[in-house]
Every structure is written in C-alpha cells, then in structure tokens.
Design a protein around this ligand. Structure first.
Ligand SMILES: Cc1ncc(COP(=O)(O)O)c(C=O)c1O
Length: 371
C-alpha cells in the first residue's frame, strides 16, 4: 500500500470523527470504517447489470448464505428492497397486510399504492412489534368477488417505531403460518435483522426461515455507506432483479459500494451487541432523571423511545428538551408521536452515553416543568 494512500485513509478517518456532536438521532448517521474505505479503494468492479461485477456477486452470495436463502440482490436502499418485495410477490392491485406502525406503511412514500396499485390493510401493531394472529385472521381476504385478494403479509424485525423490539422465531413462525396456510407469501422488513439475531443470540437464518423474503440494510448499524440486500428463493430474486432495473437501481460498477457491504457483514455484525449495551445504559440512566418517562425493561436492541411527564403525571411536550440537548451538542429525534427517539450505533461509546445523560439531566431540570 502506498504511503499517500495510507495518509488518505487516515485523513478520511480523521474527517469522519471530527464531528464532536453526540448524534443519537439514528443509526443511519454511521460512517464507513477505515477497513471499508480501504476495501472500496481496492474493489474489483464490472458491469453489474451484465452480472459481471465480481464484488457484488461475492456480496450477494455471502448475504444469501448468512440469511439462509438461495439468492440475494444488492439494492441501493432499504426502501427499494421493500418496494421490490411488494412488487415481486404481488399482482397489481393485490391487498397487502402490514402493521399500522410499520416502516413500510408509514415511511416508504406510500409505495404499495403508488408502485403496486395495491390497497394496504393496516392491522394494529402490538407494543412488542408483533401483530396479533386474531387481527391477522380477520384481515385476509380471498375469493369474494367484492374484495381485493390478499397478496402478501409484511412483518418488521427489529421494529423501529416500537423501540427496536425483537420478534422471535416462534412469533415469526406463528404469524408466518397464518399466511402460509392460506398460500400467501411473507416478507420481512429486517432493516435491522442482525440486531434482532444478536439480541436473541440465535443464527440469523432461524429468523428468516419462517418468511419467504427478507430485506436488511448494510448501512445503519452495520455502517456501510450505502446499500441493502433483498434475499429469497432464486426465481423470486431473478424477478426482483428485473424490478430493480425498472426502478432505476441497476448500478453498474457498484462493487465499490458492495466492498463496504462485505466488510459490514464480516466485521460489523458481532459488535452490534455493544450498541445494545449502550442503549440499555442510556435507558437505565434516563429512568433516574426526574420527569423522564421510560420503560428500560423494554429496551432490547439499539433503539429506545422516551417521553416527558408534566407535573400532573401526564405526557408533556418533548420539543424543549430536544432543543436544549441539541444546544449542548446531543442530538435526538423528536418523534411525531410526542416521544423522543434515541438510537445507539458504531461511533457512540459508553463515555458518550454518560455525557449525553449528564446533558439530559441538566437540560431536563431547566426545560421540564418542575414536578
Ligand atoms: C425498519 C426500516 N425499514 C426500512 C427502512 C428504509 O431504509 P432506507 O433508509 O435504506 O431506505 C428503514 C430506515 O430507517 C427502517 O428503519
């Protein structure tokens, strides 16, 4: 390796860490590691639309193996991976069942309606991120000529808006069976699938066995700069590859991105446990701050939600607390449901969690109404 290249990697790593803010808004803010930058620099590339990018081919083979599926497809984003699953599993106009707090329902630009021409049947999301088999059983539609046929069931694991809650393989099997008994496929939005597997201490493939397809992100906690994977059976992935071209996701010499994805899968999975530890530490500290409303026992992975309580014990406005913490360089997302979201990730240490707690304790004593 040339010395100018080494100093370039060092300069980039320095630039990545020059941000002194403690950014707990999302794990999407992670930067590629030095190993990723090096792998990207050296990546062998080819035209992936011809199937000739060796690095993408390696990533897709590795990803399929890791989630126990026959084939995988590299896509630019989680949103595109989920959209392709919907497009590939369903006929145009088929109804799609998903949780009413799922990312596919709330935050993917109404893709089911816009791309599939499909009605969505939202069912209540339980506090633990699962769906109720009773609600599901009522939601499936079939032969009645008045009804749109159900085409797909979507599940989410870990569940973002439920605070990173994990669906176990038992729950997934129970829900998947409801669909499969009716001849319907199941897709899992596993943007943070590896967080679920690490939290449960099970091989990732045990969480994907009950579903027909899974999307997971190489970005977010795994820290790749770009990219997600859609995995499933070979004919499904062959058809999704066509859909990816339709959506403009055929990326040519994108091995330069896939190289970072390979590092994400080989070097960044096990360390997710550190993020979970940081989240638990944050939750425990928050529980000790007067006026903060949190249930630390529900924190299972790297996402947690908390609120503030007014003097009457009722939920208060979180905006002043988010603003006061931001003034001191600690960033949170103010959720649209009146709660604050914190997400731990690569680059956030336990010392930074402790600093964030000290800032919050100070900010809450000045910005929250006194108890
Ligand atoms: C649960 C879940 N699914 C899908 C996505 C979409 O991923 P992307 O931002 O890569 O499109 C996200 C993004 O935050 C997510 O949290």
């Amino acid at each position: 390796m040339s010395s100018s290249y080494e100093s370039w990697v060092e300069r980039r790593a320095d630039a990545s860490s020059s941000d002194s803010r403690i950014d707990l808004r999302s794990d999407t803010v992670t930067h590629p590691t030095a190993a990723m930058r090096e792998a990207m620099y050296h990546a062998e590339v080819g035209d992936d639309v011809y199937g000739e990018d060796p690095t993408i081919n390696r990533l897709e083979t590795l990803a399929a193996e890791m989630v126990g599926k026959a084939a995988a497809l590299f896509v630019p984003s989680g949103t595109m991976g989920n959209a392709l699953a919907l497009l590939t599993h369903c006929r145009r106009g088929d109804e799609i069942i998903m949780g009413d707090r799922s990312h596919t329902y709330l935050y993917e630009v109404g893709g089911a309606a816009r791309l599939n021409g499909s009605p969505v049947r939202p069912v209540p999301t339980l506090a633990n991120g699962a769906l109720s088999p009773v609600h599901l059983a009522r939601a499936f539609q079939g032969d009645d000529v008045h009804e749109a046929r159900t085409g797909l069931l979507c599940l989410e694991n870990t569940h973002n808006m439920c605070g990173g809650r994990v669906l176990s393989s038992g729950v997934l099997t129970e829900l998947g069976t409801e669909a499969r008994n009716r001849g319907l496929p199941v897709h899992m939005d596993g943007a943070r699938l590896f967080n679920a597997a690490i939290a449960l201490g099970v091989p990732t493939a045990t969480l994907t066995a009950p579903v027909d397809s899974v999307m997971f992100c190489l970005s977010k906690g795994l820290s790749a700069p770009v990219g997600s994977i859609l995995a499933g059976e070979e004919p499904f992935i062959a058809e999704a590859r066509r859909g990816r071209k339709l959506l403009g996701g055929g990326m040519r010499q994108a091995g330069i991105l896939a190289a970072a994805g390979i590092i994400a899968l080989t070097e960044m999975v096990d360390r997710l446990a550190e993020d979970h530890e940081c989240a638990r530490r944050l939750a425990a500290g928050l529980a000790d701050i007067p006026g903060i409303d949190i249930q630390p026992e529900t924190v299972e992975t790297n996402i947690l939600f908390f609120g503030v309580r007014g003097p009457d014990g009722r939920p208060g406005d979180v905006a002043p607390l988010v603003a006061a913490a931001a003034d001191e360089g600690v960033l949170f997302s103010g959720g649209d449901d009146g709660r604050i979201r914190a997400v731990t990730h690569h680059g956030i240490s336990t010392a930074e969690i402790d600093h964030a707690l000290a800032v919050l304790a100070r900010a809450s004593s000045s910005s929250l109404p006194s108890m």
